[in-house]
Design a protein around this ligand. Structure first.
Ligand SMILES: *[C@@H]1O[C@H](CO)[C@@H](O)[C@H](O)[C@H]1NC(C)=O
Ligand SMILES: *[C@@H]1O[C@H](CO)[C@@H](O)[C@H](O)[C@H]1NC(C)=O
Ligand SMILES: *[C@@H]1O[C@H](CO)[C@@H](O)[C@H](O)[C@H]1NC(C)=O
Ligand SMILES: *[C@@H]1O[C@H](CO)[C@@H](O)[C@H](O)[C@H]1NC(C)=O
Ligand SMILES: *[C@@H]1O[C@H](CO)[C@@H](O)[C@H](O)[C@H]1NC(C)=O
Ligand SMILES: *[C@@H]1O[C@H](CO)[C@@H](O)[C@H](O)[C@H]1NC(C)=O
Ligand SMILES: *[C@@H]1O[C@H](CO)[C@@H](O)[C@H](O)[C@H]1NC(C)=O
Ligand SMILES: *[C@@H]1O[C@H](CO)[C@@H](O)[C@H](O)[C@H]1NC(C)=O
Ligand SMILES: *[C@@H]1O[C@H](CO)[C@@H](O)[C@H](O)[C@H]1NC(C)=O
Length: 668
């Protein structure tokens, strides 16, 4: 994989800074006027180099402001100019796959799209690492032409072309003149998950064989490349600026950074302006779970998506000399691995993490090595270490924090990854006998894990730091062992046009929800982004396939800060009956209630706001499908309003389940 570095990143003396300016007195509709007004803020030369400063992005839709590469001194000088509002340095966000990027998994097929529209007529914009344009997941068989409102661009060159599936491709990596080709895989995978076309015989190492298809197979895809290893805040904002003009309906972002106030969060600022134009924004919740308050993308105008398991595994069972068996997973399923028991070794404290070099003084030749996950080293790399030291196979055990949360990975040797509890049993077996023995049995793709959906250990948890009164994440969706399109062969890294990969992360659950939003948008073109979100949230499942409450990685009942409203149920979301709708203007009293200054709110809303003349509301008073309050000694009252989106003559029966200390009344 070629991981080029961004130009601004390699020039250390420069700082890419975003400027937010107050609107000029007369409205500058002409983009040249806007550009020259922005230009007037730039110094003639920067103090740190003799290069003439220039504007990298002039924003029009998501911000009144621009991005430029300047020194801190330049910024100081600019602060004195009339119209200056705020400046901030480039923010770098991460892609939301799990820490070990070669996770492997399976495609979920729970009849997600039983509505007949398949997302027809809807355009999904994906901000990611680009696309492998010739992958069959992006063929346009059966696709109608894009709707007339589409104004986007296809910036591919001679080798590749756009089609009725892939209607737009643009590169927003600052400084790059190359096409938005995906040399990472992440963007191809997320795009395929959201709206890939049907491809038969998709598999990885022969596993999870079947028809690969995105959630909204008739939706169109518009690709905006903003990431390469990391994603720059100014690039994201520039892509969102374009998205608004291009005519995208649903925006999917499988990336994010740490929590920050909304006015200081480019994704939140861009998403607010997208939402105001009716664009639905779906984002990954982050992979920093199970730590609490570890969320990204927390704004109430964004759908924040956590990740859960699906009911398939690619089984690799560890068998011990005492006949104990531990089921787990591996994507690499060697056909010829011996079922004869081999010596089993645990290298103890020093070698337990199987980091390169740590096995040098252990005799692992021909043995099965027990290793622990973690230590900042990917599980694949641990396998390579064991293999290089002459080990025959590897059993990986989870840390206490990851509990029972595992996933199938493309190991380089026979391997399996067991839960923390099973790992402890294996350790005590090793302790209990002079000659511990084990083997691994590879059983292939198995369907029927009834504890699915289970919240993954990595899925970021609430409460929200930026706005604790809004319960986040909003929803969970499939994000473990997800099979989708990939630009090159996982087996030998060769470029091919028919390759898939199985990976895990909230990056994978987010595009599932983006696809579902596209299905809903297609079926209900008049629903607002808030109405679509409400429909998704109020119809979610709280029970797993066993009809028991959804569990987390400890196999104990998951709390609302892990599940949000629960596991998405698309068919039910299509008919929610009632929705909690929010008009974009309703967010202003909410933002005033967060005690942001007028200027800070202006950065988000692009309009002058005066909180002393606005009504303020508490977070819980936003007409959101969920809210969080702290019960105290004084009474608090929240009024929510629902809107009927079903038959005009519907009648509803009220059933109230009361948490302790809360009263609910319903009128009429
Ligand atoms: C198209 O772009 C790719 C990737 O940037 C490059 O390798 C290729 O040479 C270009 N082809 C043409 C015909 O410009
Ligand atoms: C995948 O399934 C298809 C259709 O059933 C079959 O033709 C093909 O051989 C299978 N491929 C693998 C690798 O199992
Ligand atoms: C382990 O052995 C390898 C190969 O012999 C060597 O390159 C490496 O430096 C050794 N590492 C340590 C920590 O001893
Ligand atoms: C294994 O035995 C050693 C020595 O008896 C003991 O210190 C250690 O805690 C035991 N480990 C496990 C996992 O039982
Ligand atoms: C690489 O993998 C592809 C797809 O699995 C296969 O067709 C090709 O023969 C492999 N090439 C090598 C050199 O192993
Ligand atoms: C993939 O498809 C493109 C466009 O159809 C073609 O130019 C290229 O040669 C194909 N690559 C492989 C490895 O088959
Ligand atoms: C905003 O300030 C008011 C008054 O000081 C306070 O009651 C309220 O809790 C603050 N809101 C938040 C979200 O901090
Ligand atoms: C905001 O409104 C208050 C009350 O009407 C007024 O005193 C204040 O000057 C206004 N602030 C701005 C910046 O317009
Ligand atoms: C809160 O409301 C309840 C029910 O209306 C009432 O009985 C109680 O006195 C109120 N408490 C306070 C502190 O106002």
């Amino acid at each position: 994989m070629l991981h080029r570095r961004l130009i601004w990143w390699s020039k250390a003396i420069y700082k890419l800074t975003l400027f937010m300016l107050t609107c000029p007195n007369q409205v500058l509709t002409n983009s040249e006027d806007l550009e020259s007004w922005y230009q007037s803020f730039l110094p003639a030369t920067t103090t740190s180099s003799n290069e003439t400063p220039h504007i990298i992005y002039s924003y029009r839709n998501v911000a009144t402001g621009f991005a430029a590469r300047l020194s801190p001194e330049d910024v100081k000088a600019m602060e004195k100019k009339d119209g200056f509002l705020a400046a901030r340095p480039q923010e770098l966000l991460s892609l939301h796959t799990t820490h070990t990027p070669n996770f492997l998994g399976l495609h979920q097929n729970l009849g997600f799209w039983d509505s007949s529209n398949y997302g027809k007529g809807v355009i999904i914009g994906v901000l990611d690492t680009g696309i492998h344009p010739s992958h069959p997941s992006f063929n346009d068989e059966g696709m109608p032409p894009p709707p007339a409102k589409w104004k986007g661009k296809c910036e591919l060159n001679g080798t590749f072309t756009c089609n009725n599936k892939l209607i737009g491709v643009r590169n927003f990596l600052s400084g790059s003149t190359e096409i938005a080709f995906d040399d990472d895989g992440h963007g191809t995978h997320t795009s395929g998950t959201a709206a890939g076309n049907f491809v038969k015989g998709a598999n990885v190492f022969g596993n999870a064989n079947g028809t690969a298809v995105g959630i909204a197979p008739l939706a169109h895809l518009a690709i905006y490349k903003v990431c390469e290893v990391r994603c720059g805040g100014s690039d994201i904002l520039a892509a969102m600026d374009a998205v608004i003009e291009d005519g995208v309906d649903v925006l999917s972002l499988s990336l994010g950074g740490l929590s920050r106030p909304f006015y200081d969060d480019n994704t939140a600022v861009g998403a607010f302006n997208a939402m105001q134009r009716g664009i639905f924004v779906s984002c990954s919740a982050g992979n920093r779970g199970p730590l609490s308050s570890s969320l990204s993308n927390e704004a109430p105008w964004i759908l924040t998506v956590g990740a859960n398991t699906i009911d398939r595994s690619i089984r690799a069972t560890a068998i011990l000399g005492n006949k104990e068996e531990f089921n787990s997973e591996s994507l690499f399923q060697p056909k010829d691995f011996t079922s004869t028991l081999l010596p089993l070794i645990y290298s103890g404290m020093k070698g337990s993490q199987c980091i390169a070099g740590s096995l040098n003084n252990s005799d692992v030749q021909g043995k099965i090595v027990l290793c622990e996950v973690g230590g900042g080293v990917s599980n694949i790399a641990k396998g390579r270490t064991v293999k290089n030291a002459g080990g025959a196979a590897m059993i990986l055990m989870n840390l206490d924090s990851s509990g029972y949360s595992t996933s199938a990975e493309a190991h380089v040797l026979p391997a399996t990854r067991v839960s923390y509890a099973d790992g402890l049993k294996i350790k005590s077996y090793i302790n209990s006998t002079a000659r511990p023995m084990a083997t691994i049995l590879f059983k292939g793709t198995i369907i029927g894990a009834n504890n699915a959906p289970m919240v993954s250990s990595f899925s970021s948890r609430g409460p929200s730091r930026a706005s604790p009164g809004i319960l986040k994440p909003d929803i969970i969706g499939p994000g473990v062992n997800i099979l989708a399109a990939w630009p090159f062969s996982v087996e030998n890294n060769t470029d091919t046009n028919l390759t898939f990969n199985i990976i895990s992360g909230t990056s994978m659950s987010c595009p599932h929800l983006s696809g579902i939003a596209a299905l809903l948008k297609s079926a209900h073109p008049d629903w607002s982004p808030a109405a679509i979100k409400s429909a998704i949230m109020t119809t979610a499942d709280q029970l797993n396939l066993d009809n028991k409450p959804i569990v987390d990685q400890r196999l104990t009942q998951a709390d609302f800060f892990a599940t949000g409203a629960g596991h998405v149920n698309p068919s039910r979301a299509n008919d929610p009956g009632l929705v909690y709708d929010i008009d974009p203007d309703n967010y202003i009293p909410y933002l005033c209630g967060l005690n942001y200054t007028n200027q800070q709110i202006g950065i988000i809303t692009q309009q002058r706001v005066n909180c002393s003349t606005e009504s303020k509301i508490t977070e819980a008073q936003l007409n959101y499908p969920s809210f969080a309050i702290t019960l105290g000694s004084t009474n608090q009252t929240n009024t929510m309003t629902v809107t009927n989106v079903g038959d005009a003559t519907s009648s509803f029966a009220v059933e109230i389940v009361l948490p302790l200390g809360v009263d609910v009344s319903v009128e009429p």
